[in-house]
Design a protein around this ligand. Structure first.
Ligand SMILES: Nc1ncnc2c1ncn2[C@@H]1O[C@H](COP(=O)(O)OP(=O)(O)OP(=O)(O)O)[C@@H](O)[C@H]1O
Ligand SMILES: [Mg+2]
Length: 471
């Protein structure tokens, strides 16, 4: 794997100044960015503040020893306070026992102080490659796990073509992008595509849903992190999502839902890419690209006085407006085929085929829940009509086509009967999809109370990523 040492930050913990200076000089000359400290306490402070890719520590130190340092790092990692950089211990040739103990405590490797510059650099590179691979795998798993989607932009409309051109054009730049459009049109998909097409693709894609945490302080601590004791319940220092996005992309979803205090704090962070953890005066600087999305028309929110104008101008530098599906019906057939094939695959079924007139009907549907709604309809069809033809009758069965919808409660029982539970579940899900998984609004669509809505959500075991409060 290719390694760019210039980006690798090394923390040296060594009280022997002569050796530390020599080591620092050698590593800097080999392209590493070096920070040197003389004791473990100072090193722990640095580790809490900045991200290091590797720690090189002496064993015998004034105060805490190198082995103590290993223990402390392990504790902090377990408490979720810091991410673990690999630690390499420096030993003298006749203290191999200590080196073994260090390895048992979680050290990544040990080096003798007699090692040559080339030896040291080679060992560090190997460790960094391994660490990078591991964290990349972790990141991939996290990204994939959190977004169980297909991550491919499908469509035949002129708009989709323009969108792909735009993504290519701005991929390499770090310009902030504001993605606007109604629910379910693919805003998050666009954000992920921008990240993947950029130079930061190997960095983290960190998503923060601004609507998920209604309490502004909770949101601020999620975004910026906090120090121990910053507020009641802040038992340990915690790094915020902004820090975790260092080197990657930070995607602030549902930005239109932010309260005034959070907007003010965000403005400064967006302007300077600098912020401080709650309860700390020390500014932290990050290098990340910012993407924003909202299903509100932010300009209107500004006019109504709900969104700060200065923040609006800061984030509305490169706007991408995603139109509703009904404004680009040419995308419906390719999307239907795409989802049909993917869901057949996912559920290990033979794919269903779409009759031309069924595709016409799908094209003509208004799709208030946009691509997400289409996707869910196709998933149901892919399961129910596996290996068969989806025609008009099939569409009627899932409540599309004709006037078979139970408008105004005047539903007609089909001859073959129905599965009432399934109909209920499907209506509840449709109402949730149509309202962006807002239970209050969905309950209004169904003419039931929020409590009854809630009971159904539990009964059918429904959930949505936006309902999950981060940790
Ligand atoms: N052009 C497209 N090609 C393939 N899949 C798409 C496309 N547009 C949207 N999707 C899929 O539709 C679903 C909804 O998209 P996404 O979550 O990106 O919408 P959104 O605009 O962020 O919605 P919300 O406003 O509700 O957050 C996802 O499964 C996404 O992968
Ligand atoms: Mg979204």
């Amino acid at each position: 794997m290719e390694t760019n040492d210039a980006m690798h930050r090394v923390l040296i913990v060594e009280d022997d100044r002569d050796y530390a200076t020599r080591l620092s000089r050698n590593l800097s000359a080999s392209g590493f960015t070096v920070t040197a400290t003389e004791d473990a306490e100072t090193a722990l402070g640095k580790l809490a503040e900045e991200r290091f890719d590797i720690v090189l520590t002496d064993i015998r130190l004034p105060g805490l020893s190198g082995l103590d340092l290993l223990d402390r790092v392990a504790e902090q990692v377990n408490a979720g306070e810091i991410e673990a950089p690999p630690v390499v211990v420096l030993t003298s040739i006749n203290s191999v026992d200590t080196a073994v103990e260090a390895m048992r405590k979680g050290a990544a490797d040990y080096l003798t102080k007699e090692a040559t510059r080339d030896e040291i650099v080679l060992r560090l590179r190997n460790i960094l490659d391994r660490a990078e691979l591991a964290s990349e795998n972790k990141m991939l798993r996290r990204t994939l796990g959190r977004y169980e989607e297909f991550e491919e932009i499908v469509g035949a409309s002129a708009w989709i073509k323009t969108l792909k051109d735009q993504i290519r054009q701005i991929a390499a730049s770090d310009v902030a992008v504001l993605i606007q459009g109604p629910t379910g049109v693919g805003k998050e998909l666009v954000a992920r595509a921008l990240h993947k097409a950029s130079n930061r693709a190997r960095g983290a894609f960190v998503e923060v849903n601004c609507a998920a945490l209604p309490d502004e302080n909770m949101f601020l601590s999620e975004l910026f992190g906090h120090e121990r004791g910053a507020f009641t319940g802040a038992l340990a220092r915690k790094r915020g999502q902004f820090e975790l996005a260092d080197g990657g992309t930070l995607f602030l979803d549902e930005i239109g839902e932010l309260g005034p205090q959070a907007q003010a704090r965000l403005l400064r962070a967006v302007e300077t890419l600098q912020f401080n953890r709650l309860g700390s005066e020390r500014p932290i600087r990050v290098n990340c690209r910012l993407l924003f999305a909202t299903n509100k028309v932010l300009g209107e929110e500004v006019k109504a006085g709900r969104f700060r104008e200065d923040l609006y101008y800061r984030i509305n530098i490169y706007p991408i407006e995603v139109p509703p599906l009904r404004a680009r019906p040419e995308d419906v057939p390719p999307l239907a085929r795409f989802f049909g094939a993917r869901f057949a695959d996912k559920h290990h079924l033979a794919p269903a085929e779409f009759a031309p007139e069924a595709l016409d009907t799908l094209r003509a549907n208004p799709w208030p829940g946009n691509v997400r709604e289409l996707r869910n309809v196709i998933e149901r069809l892919a399961i129910r009509f596996a290996g068969r033809m989806v025609d008009e009758a099939a569409l009627r069965e899932v409540g599309l086509a004709g006037s078979a919808g139970p408008a105004g409660g005047a539903a007609v029982l089909p001859e073959g009967g129905i599965d009432l539970e399934e109909v209920e579940r499907s209506l509840v899900v449709q109402a949730l999809e149509r309202t962006g998984w807002n239970q209050r609004q969905a309950s209004a669509l169904l003419g039931i109370s929020v409590d009854r809505m809630n009971a159904r959500v539990k009964k059918f075991n429904l959930t949505h990523p936006s309902w999950r409060v981060h940790r």
